[in-house]
Design a protein around this ligand. Structure first.
Ligand code: FE2
Ligand code: FE2
Length: 281
């Protein structure tokens, strides 16, 4: 079997599938040589969806985490029940104490949104963490961006996202945010977690490292649904500089930003929800 990526956790589900949606994201990556998991969703759906999408969790060689938010790391403890010993690639800040300032029932609330457990909990259950903040090739033709430099002037982070430092909640720089890149015959396939570093910063960083390759597909969460309209406008105009073939909106892209992306990119656009599968060369 050739390479294939399948969205295994996402907010919504594709047609005719007995799968579950949850606010979260995960992608199952199949290759001739080795399978990988990028993120693990919130934890409610990953094992159920893997079973119904016929993806063998025990076949994975490693897991890469996009960042430490609960909707990307919550399934890790469940995956470890099936895959007892596995390498987990992450940024050192993934276990920082992350919060969100949200309005719930009209009341401003600070809610914990970091990893469900401490690092040691997962290690006891077989996770072998390999931390790095650098751009790295974790296996042949699979790259992790590591920390993405914040260069563009229009990509502002989400000000509601916080981290606990010295008992105080301060703005979370989300340095742990990273994306995964597959080098394929048709070009680069970029899988975003939430793109908290900014979609354009992420693509620029990838092309700085793998600039000889052409960009084929961008898929995943863009966080554009939570950011201001002018950021979406600038992101779209910068995206047009890239000659990609497909863009798949997921998760924190939200309906409004997804609709804009569809309007701008038409046939290149698709929804990437649970069950969406892309065959790669
Ligand atoms: Fe997310
Ligand atoms: Fe996030």
């Amino acid at each position: 079997m050739g390479k294939r990526i399948t969205v295994i956790c996402e907010n919504t589900v594709g047609p005719s599938l007995p799968v579950l949606g949850e606010h979260g994201f995960a992608v199952f990556i199949e290759r001739k040589s080795s399978n990988y998991l990028f993120d693990t969703g919130q934890g409610i759906s990953i094992l159920h969806n893997a079973k119904h999408l016929k993806k063998d969790i025990t076949s994975i060689k490693g897991i890469a985490l996009s960042h430490g938010h609960y909707d990307h790391t919550g399934g890790l403890q469940h995956v470890l029940k099936l895959k007892k010993k596995v390498k987990v690639y992450a940024h050192p800040d993934s276990f920082s104490k992350k919060y969100a300032r949200l309005k719930i029932n009209g009341k401003e609330t600070e809610r914990y949104i970091g990893t469900k457990h401490k690092k040691e909990y997962y290690e006891k259950r077989g996770a072998q963490f390999i931390f790095s903040s650098s751009f790295r090739e974790i296996d042949k033709d699979i790259y992790l961006t590591g920390e993405v430099p914040r260069i563009t002037d229009f990509e502002k982070g989400d000000t509601r996202l916080l981290v606990k430092k010295n008992k105080e909640l301060v703005s979370d720089p989300l340095r742990d945010d990273q994306s995964l890149v597959l080098k394929t015959k048709q070009g680069l396939v970029v899988i975003l977690g939430c793109a908290h570093s900014g979609l354009i910063n992420t693509l620029n960083h990838i092309m700085n490292h793998l600039g000889d390759e052409k960009l084929d597909t961008v898929i995943g969460g863009t966080h554009l649904g939570f950011l201001k309209e002018d950021q979406l406008d600038s992101t779209i105009s910068q995206l047009k500089r890239y000659d990609f073939k497909k863009i798949g909106a997921s998760h924190c892209t939200g309906l409004k930003a997804a609709a804009r992306l569809f309007q701008e990119f038409e046939d290149k656009f698709f929804f990437a929800n649970v069950g969406t599968s892309i065959v790669l060369d």
